[in-house]
Design a protein around this ligand. Structure first.
Ligand code: NAD
Ligand code: TYD
Length: 352
């Protein structure tokens, strides 16, 4: 990236967004990084304490579904590029409240696209709208096969349907208005700062506090896990080198059955807490399966490696150890996000 840019990062206070903001603030001192985030339950400015005073960083509290707030931020900061991560991101919540996902993920994305077309009309060549999406838009795999960029969309949860819809709108704006866009679809992320409604931080938190470890169904569903900092690096590469109009799949070449992840996290956490081997495994509890639970996700990430030279840098065994260390060390962060609303959500979600 050469010239000075004013980059709007939406959802920058969330899990992945905060790692992307940090990377861009540090790597592009001549550009201005504007983090636009509504600070929902999943947004947390604590995630960005280390960069909040940087001269090239500004936080703006705002909602992507609010047309006036979006227009104002585009105008005030003369936004040149967008990296769009803001979303409702948890499948279980999408099952109990699908409309919230349509509102944020579909309407919010269209609102941002409209603002980009309005502000950049006639000058699209100088601007990029980067939409960050998920592999879940491709649906669910059987025992074999991988999602490629050509796999037909077949979303099966309200979350993935809303993300698929937003992807379609992004492509439609390129086709119809000539907006320069790029999309990436990534597999499951893990690492520091993930809200503990998601599997890995939920496990670590529950082991620490001696609570049951809820495993949906038989625990045989498969996910392809990628360390969040590797995803942030991929986003940087796609932003700088990605070909407008293209899609890039991002993944970890790292498939795990849920139950195997649960046992691994149990054993490593026992070891780090100096507890007897096997004590965390006693907390494993098989619970009612998620409705419409996708069986397997696995990404073919050969295009981004071949064309843009990106591949995961961190071995899973190392990444998961770093992740457990981070959650055990950052007790205050965990206590902060698991008070209040989290308790109400948890009681409702895991009521037997
Ligand atoms: P997250 O839930 O941790 O964070 C979402 C952020 O968006 C929060 O900071 C929240 O405050 C903000 N936000 C929500 N609604 C908003 C609104 N209306 N206006 C402004 N800000 C709003 O999510 P995440 O896991 O960091 O995911 C980020 C993006 O990456 C999402 O688009 C998600 O679909 C995608 N993705 C996530 C994963 C994963 O494993 N977590 C994998 C692939 C793709
Ligand atoms: P999750 O972290 O919610 O990500 P996603 O559904 O987007 O893949 O869940 C990862 C896997 O773990 C998924 O197959 C559902 C399963 N899971 C459980 O078994 N128990 C839980 O308490 C949670 C949150 C998830």
């Amino acid at each position: 990236m050469s010239n000075k840019k004013n980059i709007l990062i939406t959802g920058g206070a969330g899990f992945i967004g905060s790692h992307v903001v940090r990377l861009f603030v540090k790597n592009y001192p001549d550009s201005h990084i504007i983090n636009f985030d509504a600070l929902t339950y999943a947004g947390n400015l604590e995630n960005l304490r280390d960069v909040e005073n940087s001269s090239n960083y500004t936080f703006v509290k705002g909602d992507i579904t609010n047309t006036d707030e979006v227009a104002r931020v585009f105008q005030k900061y003369e936004i040149s590029d967008v990296i769009h991560l803001a979303a409702e991101s948890h499948v279980d919540r999408s099952i109990s409240d699908p409309s919230a996902f349509v509102n944020t993920n579909v309407n919010g994305t269209v609102n941002l696209l409209n603002a980009a077309v309005e502000r950049w009309k006639g000058r699209y060549a100088n601007h990029l709208f980067y939409h960050v999406s998920t592999d879940e838009v491709y649906g669910s795999l059987g025992d074999t096969g991988l999602f490629t960029e050509e796999t037909p969309y077949d979303p099966k949860s309200p979350y993935s349907a809303s993300k698929a819809s937003s992807d379609h709108f992004v492509r439609a704006y390129t086709n119809t208005y000539g907006l320069r866009t790029v999309i990436s679809n990534c597999s499951n992320n893990y690492g520091p700062n993930q809200f503990p409604e998601k599997l890995i931080p939920l496990l670590i938190h529950n082991i620490k506090t001696g609570k049951e470890l809820p495993v949906y169904g038989k625990g045989l569903n498969v996910r392809d896990w990628l360390y969040v900092v590797d995803h942030a690096r991929a986003i940087e590469v796609v932003f700088n080198e990605g070909k407008p109009g293209e899609t890039y799949n991002i993944g970890g070449h790292n498939e795990w059955k849920n139950i195997d992840i649960v046992e691994l996290v149990c054993d490593l956490t026992d070891e780090k807490l100096k507890r007897d081997t096997g004590s965390a495994r006693q907390l494993i509890t098989f619970v009612k399966d998620r409705a419409g639970h996708d069986m397997r996700y696995a990404i073919d990430a050969s295009k981004i490696e071949r064309e843009l030279g990106w591949k995961p840098s961190l071995q899973f065994e190392k990444g998961i150890a770093l992740t457990i260390d981070w959650y055990l060390k950052n007790e205050e962060w965990l206590n902060g996000v698991t008070s209040g609303d989290y308790r109400a959500y948890y009681d409702k979600q895991y009521a037997q």
